[in-house]
Design a protein around this ligand. Structure first.
Ligand code: WTA
Length: 581
């Protein structure tokens, strides 16, 4: 793997003559986080609120009539200036406050990418509440688990998605605000329903942000680990320091840019770099709704003269699959900086992008937990295709062995980050033990990834140390899917792994043991796939199911996914001494 990635070690030299970060080594030597803090209003006033720094501050400056948001899909185009964003987010904040919601309460969004989603998340934050964005693809169980665990008090959703919200089973959910509803379910003693259009339109447009401290809660992203249900990764307003500066250094945002990330706010990239980083930098932020389509995507770049574009390996691989001819139909010459995140970026894709887009694709590595970029390819440095680049100034990465000792270059080990950094998550919601698991080596955060540093200080991603699956960029935990599968009457046991796939990175494969009286069949496979899709979401569906008489287990009864993976890949299964038989 290492050899294959590093073979030939070609280098793509920097070609951006004027990046925001010009001298990486110098910045690493001299940079201090406090230099960035001085750029925020709160540094001088002591009053903190992300929504103020991202929107209101610009609306009160010469940027007030600059376009902040361009929203497009096949049906509509909506543009809001910073002044309009200030008003819209103020109305949401005022409406939520009028319902009696208070600082720190969790308010979720369950909406497709739409102006209401972006305004909604910032409005929640402006009111001092903690925003929890959900993917529109989530089905009932996924929605319920997250609202239940977080104790969400309010939800902003739309008429189409409302049927997937099991509000009767959610004791804490008091308010449901619905976009585009004809009629609403009757409010009962516990949950009240509101038309978004009435509640928000009636609210005042002057709303002073609820002033907080840097350590007050801002956003809660549910993300998957190996065991247990998805965990709530909790971020505070202080994260803005790192989100802002990486928007400058890594996205290389400048005043005249039109910036587009294809990421949905249900995923951390869609908030840290779909909302916070671009707007903290006062950029024009383009959002495209709807599904992936090469023609729609390229025509978006052409029509809006997109300059900075941030997407994911899966999307680049699909664009590559769609062929060079499709790309050639469009004028993509506005692009000047292209980035990728979420999974390893294949050297093949980097080379293709260089040829077809005439752009280096800058790989960036970070996690929901890190809140912002950690290890990236900078505009001012050479790119080694296959490498995720170097740590940002102010942050230190270590490659540690399993005892927590630092390893020398060219040795694979656990990718760890020296604590703390400004945008580090502050807790796992309701689960302090899970939070502590990340910090088993004193002074370090353990990412769960295996990586290596080369002699030039470039980092190379080698894999996960655990069973977390990355499929089409989505992070899914095997446990959640296994739990869903065993809810089906035909399933006695299930073990789920990621299987390498050229386009999706990995696909989900399930090994299933059936209950007595059920026979393996193609129909049953389809039924199980549909069952997971209906319960969780389309991206959690096992694309392959294999029936087995039994699964490899430890003596304590835990399914050993490592052995399933070895079966799948035809590899030796390793040490089996702790297995049942
Ligand atoms: C993987 C995404 C290789 C990694 C912002 C990490 C990557 C997990 C890269 C976090 C990359 C992310 N190269 N692998 N550039 N970026 N990953 O929380 O395994 O959805 O631990 O955050 O994705 O996934 P998450």
């Amino acid at each position: 793997m290492v050899q294959e990635l590093r073979q030939g070690e070609e280098i793509l030299l920097p070609e951006n003559p004027n990046p925001n970060l010009k001298d990486y080594e110098e910045a690493r030597r001299t940079f201090k986080w406090e230099d960035v803090e001085k750029e925020f209003t709160w540094y001088h006033t002591g009053k903190v609120n992300m929504a103020y720094e991202a929107i209101d501050r610009h609306a009160e400056s010469w940027r007030k009539n600059k376009v902040a948001l361009i929203y497009v899909d096949r049906e509509r185009e909506v543009k809001y200036t910073f002044a309009e964003m200030k008003e819209h987010t103020a109305r949401v904040a005022a409406a939520l406050t009028s319902l009696g919601l208070e600082k720190g309460d969790r308010v979720f969004t369950f909406l497709p990418r739409s102006p209401e989603l972006y305004v909604g998340i910032l409005g929640i934050i402006k009111a001092g509440l903690v925003a929890g964005p959900l993917f529109e693809a989530f089905m009932e169980t996924a929605v319920k688990d997250r609202l239940m665990d977080s104790g969400a008090k309010a939800l902003i959703t739309n008429a189409e998605l409302l049927p997937r919200v099991p509000y009767r089973d959610l004791p804490d959910l008091e308010h449901v605000i619905v976009v585009g509803a004809k009629d609403l379910p009757p409010s009962d003693g516990k949950t009240k329903f509101y038309h978004y259009e009435e509640l928000v339109a009636k609210a005042p447009r002057d709303f002073e942000p609820v002033w907080l401290t840097r350590e007050d809660g801002m956003i809660l992203h549910y993300s998957s680990g190996t065991t247990g249900k998805p965990k709530g990764i909790y971020h505070v307003h202080n994260a803005m320091i790192q989100q802002y500066i990486t928007g400058k250094w890594v996205l290389d945002l400048k005043e005249e840019d039109v910036y587009w990330t294809t990421a949905d706010p249900g995923w951390v990239t869609g908030t840290s770099y779909g909302i916070f980083a671009p707007w903290l930098n006062g950029a024009t932020n383009l959002v495209r709704g709807g599904r992936f389509s090469p023609d729609d995507w390229y025509s978006t770049i052409e029509k809006y003269r997109v300059t900075v574009w941030y997407s994911a390996p899966t999307a680049f691989r699909m664009l590559m699959g769609a062929g060079e001819e499709v790309a050639k139909k469009y004028d993509l010459s506005s692009l000047r900086h292209v980035l990728s995140v979420g999974e390893p970026l294949n050297p093949e894709v980097v080379r293709w992008g260089y040829r077809v887009y005439k752009q280096r694709i800058h790989d960036t590595w970070w996690m929901t937990e890190t809140g912002a970029h950690i290890c990236v390819n900078f505009a001012c440095l050479p790119i080694k295709p296959g490498s995720m680049g170097k740590p940002i100034p102010g942050v230190e990465i270590g490659i540690l062995d399993d005892e927590g000792n630092e390893l020398p270059p060219n040795t694979p080990g656990n990718l760890c980050i020296k604590t703390p950094w400004p945008s580090m998550f502050r807790k796992v919601w309701n689960n302090e033990a899970k939070y502590q698991e990340y910090f088993r080596f004193p002074g370090w955060y353990i990412s769960g990834d295996v990586a290596m540093k080369d002699e030039d200080g470039y980092y190379w991603f080698l894999g996960r140390a655990d069973d977390v699956i990355k499929t089409s960029g989505y992070r899914v935990g095997p446990f959640e899917i296994e739990s869903k599968l065993v809810e089906h009457p035909a399933v006695m046991e299930a073990g789920v792994i990621g299987k390498p796939d050229p386009e999706r990175g990995e696909i989900i494969k399930a090994f299933v043991v059936l209950r007595e009286g059920y026979q393996p069949s193609e129909e049953l496979k389809k039924e199980l796939m549909e069952f997971v899709k209906k319960g969780l979401s389309a991206h959690a569906v096992p694309r392959e199911i294999e029936f087995r008489d039994k699964l490899p287990k430890t003596r304590s009864g835990k399914i050993v996914r490592r052995v399933l993976k070895a079966w799948e890949l035809g590899l030796p299964a390793g040490d089996l001494s702790t297995l049942e038989d």
